[in-house]
Design a protein around this ligand. Sequence first.
Ligand code: AHG
Ligand code: MN
Ligand code: MN
Length: 334
Amino acid sequence: MSSYNITSLNDFIIRKQKDFPYAKGELTSLLHHIGTAAKMVNSKVNKAGLVEILGESGTLNVQNEEQQKLDKYADEVFIDALLASGECCGFASEENQNEIVFTETFAKNSNYVVCMDPLDGSSNIDVNVSVGSIFSIFRRTSPRGSEVTLSDFLQEGSRQVAAGYVIYGSSTMLVYTTGRGVNGFTLDPSIGEFCLSHPDITSPKRGKQYSVNEGNYLKFPEGVKKYIKYCQEIDKSTERPYTSRYVGSLVSDIHRNMLRGGIFMYPSSESYPQGKLRLVYECNPIAFIVEQAGGMASNGRSRILDIIPDALHQRTSFYAGSEDMVARLEGMLR
Ligand code: AHG
Ligand code: MN
Ligand code: MN
C-alpha cells in the first residue's frame, strides 16, 4: 500500500477555501507563497553553520537590537514571496522602521497586508536552538488601487483574517488559522512539502508547565510573582509543582504549551517596562492561534486581540496558553 495518504498544505488550503468568506484563491496564493518562503528560510536555518549566515549583520534593527544575518535574509525572502503572491499590497515587520509599500499596480490592486516577525528567537540561531517565523494577515482598510498606509497595519488583532507561525525545530512545522481552528503541517524534506500532521489542534484547558524568564523575577508585578509561587507549591491534587520550561523563542514555547497545555508569560521587566514582545507581529498572531486552539491570550488585564495598536513596534506584557491557567493569573494580577 503506497503511503500516498498525504494532505499537502496546498491541498488543504484549497479544500478549506470554501470556508473563507471572500476567498477567490487570494488567501490560497498568500499562504502558498508563505509556505515556499518558509522552505527557503528553513534550508538556510538547517545549515546555518555552513553558509556564512550565522552571527550579527553588524546593523541594528529599529529597536536598536543587533540584527542577525538570518533576520535580514528571512525578511527579504518573505517580502519577495508576498509580492510574488500578487495578493499582498504591503508588509510590516520587526526588521523595518516603517511599513513597506508595494507600488506595483498588481499589488496596489490586491486586498491583504501582512505583518511579520520573519525570524523569532534570533539569539538562539548561533547555538542551534529552535527559531521561528510569525505572520499576521489583515484585509486592507485603505481603498484598492491606492498605496497602503500605516493604518492598514494598526488594526486590532480581532480583525486578522489569518495568522500562523513556522517553527524551525527538530522538525519544521507550519501552523496556521483562518478563524476556523488551528492546523499543523510538518515539512517532509524528501518531497519538499508541508504535510498535514496535526489536524485541528486544541489546547488542554490546564497544563502542568509554565514558561517565563525567571531572571527577571525581582521586577515582575506582584500578581506574577504570586502565580509563579502557586505553580511551585506542592499539591498533588492539582498536579503541582508544575514544570518550568523556557526556550527563549516565543514560537517554541507557545507551540509546546499549546500541544501539551501550559502558560507562557512575558511580563513587564526592568529592561522592558512595557513588556518585551511586540503586539503587531508577535502577540496578535500568536493570540489568534492560541484562542482558536481554545486557549487565552491577555496583557494581564484585557484580551490581546482587543487592543488597538498605536504604533507598529509597540510592546506589551503577554500571557498566553491554557484557559484555566491564564484566567487564574489574571485573577492574581487584579
Ligand atoms: P526576536 O528574536 O524576534 O527578537 O524575538 C525574541 C523574543 C521571543 O522570541 C522570546 O520569547 C523572547 O524574545 C525571549 O526574551 P528573553 O531572552 O528576554 O527571555
Ligand atoms: Mn520575535
Ligand atoms: Mn525577530
